[in-house]
Ligand binder design. Structure first.
Ligand code: EPZ
Length: 419
């Protein structure tokens, strides 16, 4: 199993280019099922999760060509058949469940194994299923599978008990070819949902309000294949912003949309980090005395849960007492015990973590417990004294393109070792 070794006490300098958003590309690849035509995704992030969802579509007879040279993915879903996707692949990544809406919409029936939870939480799908039922699908759950069938989908008004990102995306994709109008209220407003809606609208869908808490969809008869370049990955950008802060360095990050970075910029500003937006880039200068802050993760435009672990790594090195409250997932503090192995002072009480900043973290053997926790450990390792070895880095490869090469080009002594 590969490991990443990081030599601590480094300073970063130079520039880094941010990749396209994993959490945009995954639903967009699922949405390509709806048109039964050829779609091209340009500047796609060559990530494990992206390859998994492409293989899920291949298991349903889609033609998928991934070109690593020009970072494009061409997907031809004209020959996709209904049936059950490869359950091993579906089990590898819960985002595979995002094909359910498109498959019900196109074929009127579909069966898929229930997506696994993961270590950050049980990750239920009740809101997805509630939406499909509201659109007229008959849903049954048995023996670890969920089955849907309908003669046709009919638009309806759906209120989400929680602004779930995946449920909003799945219901939107199920509604675009339904008969009549659908309104999703209390919808998630994440930028990746807006990106999915712009992809669907370019295919011929009629979606208004994506990126707000009320999305209106007017069903259309047909969608056509298109090309699309996804938005930048705001979580990868935020991760590099915190890398500058935790190493007291100044770097330039290329590939950001200021609007999407607001919650992270606001919190890092409160912490004392200096940032300057330059068009689609941001210059981050962390070389100053930082202040402890309190964070509460919330649905967008609140502070993103996907940035919580990275912020915890930073606050472990900031003198004073900080408080993090994780409101989105019930078990997303596993990185705390790994940070404590590096000398961090963190007390967990349910969904709250109290962090007392320490003078210096120390290198240690640690393990990535989920995608963002792994990234947080790399950040902590850069600031620590001595060398840190991070194992289970397959978590990190799911969501960060060539993370060690990007950090090495910024001056970090970081290497991947295969054992
Ligand atoms: C998406 O997951 C992201 N994944 C996650 O990113 C991100 O952390 C999450 O949104 C929150 O922003 C992708 O986009 C592929 P949710 P998703 O449905 O859609 C509850 C990363 O690191 N819920 O908004 O699964 C659920 O239990 C990953 O890139 C229900 O109760 O998130 C959770 O507490 C990790 N019933 C909360 O909503 C449902 O039917 C948020 O889940 C669905 C969700």
């Amino acid at each position: 199993m590969d490991k990443i070794v990081v030599k601590g006490g480094c300073k970063l300098s130079g520039e880094v280019n941010i990749s396209s958003a994993k959490n945009s590309v995954l639903p967009i690849i699922a949405a390509s099922i709806l048109c039964g035509d050829k779609c091209c995704i340009r500047n796609a992030p060559m990530l494990e999760d992206v390859i998994v969802i492409c293989n899920v579509l291949k298991s349903l007879n889609a033609d998928v060509t991934i070109n690593k040279e020009d970072s494009s993915i061409i997907i031809d879903t004209s020959k996709v058949i209904t049936g059950e996707p490869n359950s091993d692949l579906v089990g590898k990544m819960r985002a595979s469940f995002l094909i359910m809406g498109p498959m019900i919409s196109r074929f009127g029936k579909f069966r898929i194994s229930l997506p696994g939870g993961c270590n950050i939480g049980t990750r239920p799908i009740d809101l997805h299923l509630k939406g499909f039922k509201a659109l007229g699908a008959k849903i049954s759950v048995s023996q670890g599978h969920v089955e849907a069938s309908t003669s046709k989908l009919v638009g309806n008004k759906i209120y989400l008990d929680f602004p779930s990102v995946g449920a909003t995306e799945n219901i939107m994709m199920a509604a675009v070819l339904a008969e009549g109008d659908t309104t999703i209220e209390n919808a998630a407003a994440e930028p990746e949902i807006e990106d999915l809606a712009s992809f669907l609208n370019s295919m011929g869908a009629m979606i208004k309000g994506a990126g707000t808490d009320t999305i209106k969809i007017t069903g259309v008869k047909k969608l056509d294949g298109v090309s699309h370049t996804p938005i930048y990955d705001r979580i990868e950008a935020g991760t590099f912003m915190i890398a500058a802060a935790v190493t007291k360095s100044k770097i330039k990050i290329n590939g950001i949309l200021e609007e999407h970075m607001k919650p992270v910029i606001a919190k890092l500003t409160e912490c004392g980090v200096s940032m300057e937006i330059q068009g689609k880039s941001i210059v981050v200068d962390g070389d100053r005395e930082l202040k402890p802050v309190d964070i509460k993760t919330m649905p967008y435009p609140g502070f993103p849960t996907d940035m919580q672990a990275q912020m915890m790594a930073l606050l472990c090195t900031v003198r004073g007492t900080s408080l993090i409250t994780e409101t989105i997932f019930e078990n997303r503090f596993m990185h705390a015990s790994e940070l404590k192995r590096m000398g961090a002072n963190i007390k967990i009480d349910g969904r709250s973590a109290v962090i007392e900043g320490v003078e210096r973290l120390s290198g240690a053997e640690v393990k990535a417990t989920d995608l963002r926790a792994g990234a947080a450990l790399i950040l902590a390792a850069m600031a620590a004294e001595g060398s840190t070895t991070i194992c289970d880095i397959y978590h990190i490869d799911r969501g960060y393109v060539e993370i060690e090469n990007k950090f090495r080009r910024l001056g970090v002594e970081i290497n991947r070792i295969s054992e």
